[in-house]
Ligand binder design. Sequence first.
Ligand code: AMP
Length: 421
Amino acid sequence: MSGGAIRSVKGTRDLLPPETEVWAAVEATARRVFSSYGYGEIRTPVLEETELFVRGVGEGTDIVGKEMYTFADKKGRSLTLRPESTAAVARAFVEHGMAEWPTPVKLYYIGPHFRYERPQRGRYRQFFQIGAELVGDEGPLSDAELLLMLVGFLGALEFDDLVVRLNTLGDEAARSRYRAALTEYLRPFAAELSDDSRRRLDENPLRILDTKAPRERELLAGAPRLDACLDEKSREHFATVRRILDRFEVAHSVEPGLVRGLDYYTSTVFEIASAGLGAQDAIVGGGRYDGLIADLGGPAVPAIGFAIGQDRLIDVLPESFRRRHLPRTPVVVTPAGLVDAGALLALAGELRSAGLAVTMELTGRSVKAALKRAHRSGVRFVVLAGEEELELGRAQLKDLETGTQTELPRAALAAAILEAT
Ligand code: AMP
């Protein structure tokens, strides 16, 4: 069989240097900020039993209904590449008896997730999420602390135009009252709804609130509001969360239509977007899921969490953070004429110890060819060292940007380069 070159699978992509440096810096920042709030990292498997997501995320959701990478393994077991991690963390919580750990249990994760979506800008079939879950406390302080941590993390990435959108879904009884009211209101308009929304009318009417269709938005403007159905406890809980955010000057708006796409959310839900993006472009979504762990066969333990889309986050990352974390372009050390390779390696070693990124010209190119190549790869400084200079403890420093060439004592090279960059 003859074939062309093999390409990456549709909807997946390779991340290459130097961009991977930016990814690593974002991850290092997440680890630093989350651990300062007492969170520890959890690494769950990429593969889970399909049943986990069907029960955990919910059959009526787009994720479970259309987007899962599900397949039978060699023994015929139905497995799924994780489309999200909250259900997996909840499974691990139950499996490892974490209800016995000191509460609340605070966990974060970073890694690839998979959804069979139509690939488009910013949407991939393999994408990355950075998420955190606080398990074992139901109080509003936990919601507020989690949100402050999230805003602190995004602040550390130098975002300064964040929009925090909040809502409360109330307790189960409130949601059930609201579902009934919404269905009753929308039923007479069923013929005007999209196929998706009509299906949701029976399966998951709250999801219709997420619609972008203009006619449906118009209809929804007259729909009963969730806040009219709320229970007193949820109202107070929500008010306390907002008070704490105000106290820390976290600007936020209440969005009565914000319901989030997954079945497990209860009480507080939120999204954060960057004002520079359209309204649809949340970088983070999250909320409370007080019933999920019990639904998965564990004890009744309340929890709250969020997931950040890392691909999206990196797409809109402030330029200042990106610039600081892109690697410095390396200094190239080039032999000028006959030089002992060991002496050249030692010189490169000195520059590396001083904090510079250094590559060596190892191919035996002529000085002219080496300079040309360095120029093409965007390198600014080339250190030229010949036998004679090295013996005298000196080298030539060529600045390709200004075209100048200076002879310096080798001990002064690193300082001269660092000063100029
Ligand atoms: P969700 O788990 O659906 O609440 O999504 C959380 C975040 O993950 C979203 O805000 C998106 O930024 C990101 N996300 C979800 N699906 C994808 C995808 N297919 N490609 C890239 N990012 C995604």
